[in-house]
Write a protein that binds this ligand. Structure first.
Ligand SMILES: C[S@@+](CC[C@H](N)C(=O)[O-])C[C@H]1O[C@@H](n2cnc3c(N)ncnc32)[C@H](O)[C@@H]1O
Length: 355
């Protein structure tokens, strides 16, 4: 089996692959991502979620919690598209631009890229090309933030936070529907924790099927359980029962047949006049006693910095940052009972049931 390179304290080393159960408790830094098999015990996972902040959703009001913060510094690519086409960027097209751009970030070999950028910076400074040096410095700033957020802190995939949010569900071999699935990460984490069922990923951008999910690293280890023994097991994408539908979530042929309907970073892209409809998709395909699991980016300075520095990569679509109180109130007002709510590294997370 191939031996992927990992970084340990800046050193590049080889390690055995695939991971197995003897690797549980370890983490390793690969050029594109962090693999994390730490904190397998549920009580330790609780450190990765701040939960049960609101005691009584029925008494919470919009006056108390305020409305979400809107991110309005859009990518140049949006303006360029609109200039070229003489029209406002259609929502689906904005997702296509976003997904291609975000995927480029995930594909970056960060250590190699860092060397390239540093060399270019030194060259431009030594030749007194200040304008070019300033541009390269901007690239370095973006790369540094991406490296910190995704590789060092692992705040985007956040496997321990996601596992803390997903733990303890009363389900066996669930059918999971992922709305706006992109790379499908959270459904794979759910499958590893509740194996043996089925995952259906839905995204209307076919690039997600071919690339974001299609090229999701086969070597990435998901910490879950072994259904035969109940003990921990390391799962890989190709061991999971996953299908991908390229379609609008408004066109899905399903009834109320899923045990879990999940979305990650979806409802904050719908302004208030369309929020109830976006939330309703989480009810439409859910069994009466099923779980709706939603996450949205948190309103915190780190997230604001992320969408500010990486605006050219991320900001093609309407986007809000919100608190877990605001998110929960949207769900509560749409007829959901909030079973668990909390904040993980970059997102708010809620597990809910139809009231
Ligand atoms: C912000 S992304 C989700 C965040 C995700 N975790 C990521 O890594 O990018 C939202 C996804 O939902 C998809 N999407 C948005 N509206 C949709 C719709 N009406 N039908 C199907 N997919 C939709 C977009 O194409 C996009 O891939």
């Amino acid at each position: 089996m191939s031996l992927p390179l990992t970084e340990t304290r800046g050193e590049t080393v080889e390690r055995n692959w695939p991971y197995d159960e003897s690797d549980i408790g370890q983490t390793a830094l690969f050029p594109q991502y962090r693999a994390d098999l730490r904190s397998p015990h549920p009580t330790e996972l609780n450190a990765f979620i701040q939960d049960n902040i609101v005691k009584d959703w029925s008494s919470l009001t919009w006056k108390q919690v305020g409305k979400p913060f809107r991110v309005v510094n859009y990518a140049e690519g949006k303006r360029r598209w609109e200039e070229k086409n003489g029209d406002t960027l259609p929502v689906q097209k904005s997702w296509e631009l976003f997904n291609q751009s975000f995927h480029t970030l995930f594909m970056k070999d960060v250590p190699t890229e860092r060397k390239r950028v540093m060399t270019a910076l030194l060259k431009n400074v030594s030749q007194l090309h200040w304008k070019r040096a300033a541009r390269v410095l901007g690239e370095l700033e973006e790369l540094t933030l991406w490296n910190t957020a995704h590789r060092i802190q692992d705040a985007i995939w956040d496997p321990r936070g996601k596992r803390a949010l997903f733990q303890g569900l009363d389900i066996d071999k669930p059918r999971v529907l992922f709305l706006g699935a992109a790379d499908g990460y959270e459904a794979m984490q759910l499958y590893a924790m509740y194996p043996g069922g089925e995952v259906v990923l839905v995204d209307y951008d076919d690039f997600c099927r071919t690339d974001r999910f299609g090229k999701f690293p086969e070597q990435y280890p998901f910490l879950g359980v072994d259904p035969n023994t109940g003990s921990h097991k390391v799962w890989y994408k190709d061991q999971m029962n996953i299908s991908f539908i390229t379609d609008d979530i408004r066109n899905l042929p399903f009834g109320r047949e899923f045990d879990i309907v999940v979305s990650v970073g979806l409802i904050e892209h719908f302004p208030d006049e369309h929020k109830a409809e976006a939330i309703d998709f989480h009810r439409r395909f859910l069994k009466p006693d099923g779980y709706a699991i939603l996450t949205t980016p948190r309103l915190q300075w780190k997230s604001r910095l992320f969408y500010h520095v990486l605006a050219e990569w991320m900001n093609y679509t309407y986007r809000e940052l919100m608190t877990v109180q605001q998110m929960g109130l949207y769900l509560y007002e749409s007829g959901f009972e909030i079973l668990r709510h909390g904040t993980i590294k970059a997102h708010n997370g809620i597990v809910a049931r139809i009231r």
